[in-house]
Design a protein around this ligand. Structure first.
Ligand SMILES: *Cc1c(COP(=O)(O)O)cnc(C)c1O
Length: 361
């Protein structure tokens, strides 16, 4: 499909297009966008073309653009970290781009040249390097996205697409301390079904999950723990993160059988825990097993994993009419160790034996 190397042009923001930087201490999440974006287009005749790094700007789409009607939209989430000696790093960006191409396959969208896009991404982050925050724990969040743009109302794979990457500086996830969250075990709504699109980072999955999140928040919980859609007993994910439990010194996470997003953080946690000699299992785990472990006194820790939070400890679980506290509602030793190790690798303060870091510039 990529007969010739994709050419990427560069159009730098002019002095009057450079935006003032937001206050580094009140960045929040996803509110401010950097000076540049990457964009390219695809159609049947030309494949990927018109690739450019250019000033961040709106684009126009026809109301008939297929993404609005049938939802062919996929995205990724990754970060750039300013760390040791003011260097800027990406964390396993190849894995994110490879996963995006997997999502593209599932959604009948065109695959893109990963190497070339990574080169362009690095160039763009370098160009916008002043936007990579320097305050503790703050990062530059990177959002690659692909949407169907062909104006057509028949249901079939679109024949025109936009691919773009935008970036936003985001604050430290744990500005008020690395504290556990209260999680509601969802037994009304489901996230993904076998044969569905749960393992693709496609927009509709998130639209479909908002209702459960809103209802859980109304009940006083931060997020939901999803159960499998068939038997409603196996745990799958927590909100938009992967989930781990430490029971009787066994670190357990659900296996990748199609309904779970294959997280880069999940994979990194599995690797580190194995490196440290933990017994690690990718296996099915029922909610009943977790509650039974709590009764037996063998439930040690629970935590979510994802790019945004890195590690998100679970302090409390509510399932039907029962509530349990995990580790006395406190952050566990393993969660803390993983959080610190991953951050130290991401910000360049720690050896990187698995070659996860990619330097920008
Ligand atoms: C993005 C995402 C994750 C986490 O993936 P990371 O690569 O670790 O950021 C987990 N679950 C869902 C549903 C996601 O969308």
């Amino acid at each position: 499909m990529f007969t010739k190397e994709l050419e990427v042009t560069l159009q730098k923001a002019s002095a009057d297009q450079i935006k003032p930087k937001p206050d580094q201490n009140s960045l929040g999440f996803g509110q401010f966008f950097t000076d540049h974006m990457f964009m390219m287009q695809w159609n049947r005749q030309q494949g990927w073309h018109d690739a450019c790094i250019k000033p961040y700007q709106p684009f126009t789409l026809e109301p008939a653009a297929m993404v609005f009607h049938y939802g062919q939209a996929i995205f990724e989430g990754m970060k750039a970290y300013r760390g040791k000696d003011n260097q800027i790093f990406l964390f396993r960006p190849e894995d994110n781009l490879a996963r995006m191409n997997q999502s593209a396959l599932r959604m009948c969208m065109p695959r893109f040249p990963q190497e070339r896009v990574l080169q362009a991404l690095r160039a763009m982050v370098y160009l916008d390097q002043e936007w990579v925050p320097s305050t503790q724990g703050a990062t530059l969040y990177i959002r690659p996205t692909m949407i169907a743009t062909e104006p057509m109302l028949g249901l079939r794979p679109a024949q025109e697409y936009f691919f773009f990457i935008i970036c936003c500086p985001v604050g430290a996830y744990y500005s008020e301390g690395f504290n556990p969250t209260k999680i509601y075990v969802e037994d009304k709504y489901v996230r993904a079904v076998p044969g569905g699109v749960g393992n693709a980072k496609t927009a509709g999955n998130y639209a479909a999950s908002v209702k459960a999140q809103v209802e859980a928040q109304e009940k006083g919980y931060t997020q939901v723990l999803w159960l499998d859609a068939v038997e409603r007993k196996y745990i799958e994910e927590v909100g938009t993160s992967n989930i781990f439990f430490l029971i009787n010194d066994e670190l357990i996470t659900p296996p990748l059988e199609g309904t779970i997003l294959p997280g880069v953080t999940r994979n990194s946690v599995l690797q580190l825990a194995r490196d440290w000699g933990y017994q690690v299992s990718e296996r099915r785990l029922t909610i009943d097993e977790i509650f039974a472990a709590d009764k037996a006194g063998t439930l040690q820790e629970g935590f979510g994993t994802g790019t945004a939070a890195v590690i998100a400890p679970v302090g409390e679980l509510c399932y039907r009419d029962q509530t349990i506290r995990i580790n006395g509602g406190k952050t566990g030793t393993l969660a803390k160790r993983l959080f610190e190790e991953l951050q130290a690798i991401q910000f360049g303060y720690q050896e990187d034996p698995h070659k996860w870091r990619v330097r920008v510039g």
